[in-house]
Design a protein around this ligand. Structure first.
Ligand code: FES
Ligand code: FES
Length: 198
């Protein structure tokens, strides 16, 4: 009797074992994607896990966009996609086929600075400069978000830009961290471009 009970328990235990998982491939999967960056199309083949940030920096060598945390916490990787600012570390490159991507390199050149770039320089809106490309892209997008901003590829009539209070600028820029603490100068730069001095 005891023997048949033991056999029953063993059969029950065996029957309750979870089914083995199907083998999972650890091989990376690659995919083609066409990224339109600063008005130029780039055909890439990337590991599907590649972030947009890494595609820009490692594949296209557009290193103006910075990697700070790689976790969506610092804003150093801010770029614009179809006019909206995003953290490029939090999105996959393959999700942006055909989107209009604007990086700091697409805003201005040393000879022809974007008004926001010029304002950051004139107000010393940086110290080490690591957060600055993200700050500037974010600031340009802030003006676009409120509906009267300066177009992204621009030279622009900054007198047409809207007024913003310093508090509103701080709130809208709160996703961009500056470890050097250049915040007051950053606010001054944005305030100037927004058409109103604090
Ligand atoms: S690197 Fe993307 S938010 Fe910090
Ligand atoms: S200027 Fe150094 S982190 Fe902002």
């Amino acid at each position: 009797m005891a023997g048949s009970a033991t056999a029953g328990a063993q059969a029950l235990a065996k029957g309750s074992e979870p089914a083995p998982s199907p083998p999972r491939s650890l091989e990376p999967v690659h995919s083609r994607v066409r990224l339109r960056v600063n008005g130029t199309d780039h055909d890439l083949e990337v590991d599907t896990r590649t972030s947009l940030l890494d595609a820009l920096r490692e594949h296209l060598h557009l290193t103006g966009t910075k990697k700070g945390c790689d976790h969506g916490q610092c804003g150093a990787c801010t770029i614009m996609v179809d006019g909206q600012r995003i953290n490029s570390c939090l999105t996959l490159a393959v999700m942006h086929e055909g989107d209009a991507i604007t990086t700091i390199e697409g805003l201005g050149t040393p000879d022809k600075l974007h008004p926001m770039q010029a304002a950051f320089i004139s107000h010393d809106g940086y110290q080490c400069g690591y957060c600055t490309p993200g700050q500037i892209c974010s600031a340009v997008a802030v003006l676009e978000e409120i509906g009267q901003g300066i177009p992204s590829h621009v030279t622009a009539d900054i007198s047409a830009a809207p007024s913003l209070s310093a508090d509103e600028i701080r709130e809208r820029m709160s996703g961009n961290i500056c470890r050097c603490g250049a915040y007051s100068n950053i606010i001054e730069a944005i305030t100037e471009v927004a058409g109103r001095r604090a």
